[in-house]
Design a protein around this ligand. Structure first.
Ligand SMILES: Cc1cc2nc3c(=O)[nH]c(=O)nc-3n(C[C@H](O)[C@H](O)[C@H](O)COP(=O)(O)OP(=O)(O)OC[C@H]3O[C@@H](n4cnc5c(N)ncnc54)[C@H](O)[C@@H]3O)c2cc1C
Length: 287
């Protein structure tokens, strides 16, 4: 319950943070809200020798509109996401999902960047970012680069981040006005990680689904983009047959762990139900 020894660094610029991480080497880790990393350190599942705190770096904060995209700085907290009227208007699914993350205490400290960079399959934001077509901006000693959220997750706690790289912002294309959205999360109790969750972003035209993206949380080692499930509903009026086809296609790619949240069969079963509920609610909201 007590972390191993570490030294603490608090740079005030991104350039200094990148330099520090490069010079301190692989035993160093960025820390943002600390609400995933510190519990791991207390359990001695992570034993970094140096923590580089990102919270005093102004460049990593804030939410802004950039043309047809919303850019969310990495150290924006989950609470700030909820407090942003601009996010509520442009990306309401982020509001809906952020409200389902843990509890207010965690959301006051936990950051968007930490949530998506962590690589924990239980984190809620990564599947949403995949469904929204988000891109992650990364900065390391070798320079800056961007990567699609769909290409970022490689295994549990294993991402495309190179050692010493910092995720600086998330850039999300603003979905068209009138789009439908829903995040359905089954959890054992308030504040828990998902037993199974599904994010849906869709548009409708002439009573039929015109476009659709479906993301899945905690139903595999990584968040999943359920592409075949989305294809199964495009061009349909979302009748029972289409809903069932989508759930079956989504279940085919699920590979959840058997754990305290349930057996593999149970989690896949409720995963399919989350997909159907999210599709129905998103369609009902679409104009
Ligand atoms: C009781 C409890 C319940 C929770 N429930 C949920 C839940 O239901 N859903 C959910 O999604 N989350 C949940 N969380 C996790 C919470 O949302 C965390 O805040 C979040 O996962 C990590 O964000 P952080 O800012 O705290 O990151 P940290 O804990 O500081 O860091 C997490 C990891 O990401 C790395 N990192 C952080 N920021 C960056 C960056 N900018 N660039 C590169 N690497 C970075 C760190 O090195 C570390 O490896 C819960 C946490 C607690 C304590």
């Amino acid at each position: 319950m007590i972390p191993g020894p570490f030294s603490y660094h608090r740079p005030t610029s991104l350039a200094d943070a990148v330099k520090l991480l490069a010079s301190l080497g692989e035993e160093s880790r960025p820390i943002a809200g600390g609400h995933s990393l510190i519990p791991m350190m207390k359990l001695r599942l992570a034993t970094p020798q140096h923590l580089v705190d990102l919270q005093a770096i102004g460049e990593l904060k804030g939410i802004r509109r950039d043309g047809d995209r919303m850019v969310i700085g990495a150290t924006t907290t989950q609470h700030e996401l909820l407090a942003s009227a601009e996010i509520g208007k442009a990306l309401p699914i982020l509001h809906e999902a952020a409200l389902l993350i843990a509890d207010p205490q965690v959301r006051y400290k936990g950051t968007v960047g930490g949530n998506v960079a962590n690589g924990d399959p239980g984190n809620d934001l990564p599947a949403l970012m995949m469904a929204l077509g988000a891109r992650y901006r990364l900065q390391g000693a070798q320079g800056a680069r961007e990567i699609a959220a769909t290409e970022f997750y490689q295994g549990a706690y294993f991402t495309a981040l190179e050692p010493g790289e910092i995720l600086t912002a998330v850039s999300i294309p603003v979905p068209p006005a009138g789009h439908g959205y829903a995040y359905e999360k089954l959890k054992r109790k308030v504040g828990d990680y998902a037993t199974a969750a599904a994010a849906v972003v869709l548009t409708r035209s002439g009573g039929k689904v015109a476009s659709c993206a479906i993301g899945l949380t905690n139903l595999s080692e990584t968040p999943l983009l359920a592409e075949d499930a989305a294809k199964a509903v495009i061009g349909t009026a979302l009748d029972d047959a289409a809903l069932n086809k989508a759930a079956t296609a989504a279940k085919a790619i699920m590979a959840p762990a058997a754990d305290a949240r349930g057996t593999v069969e149970y989690r896949k079963h409720v995963g399919g139900i989350m997909v159907m509920r999210a599709l129905q609610r998103a369609a009902a909201r679409a104009r």
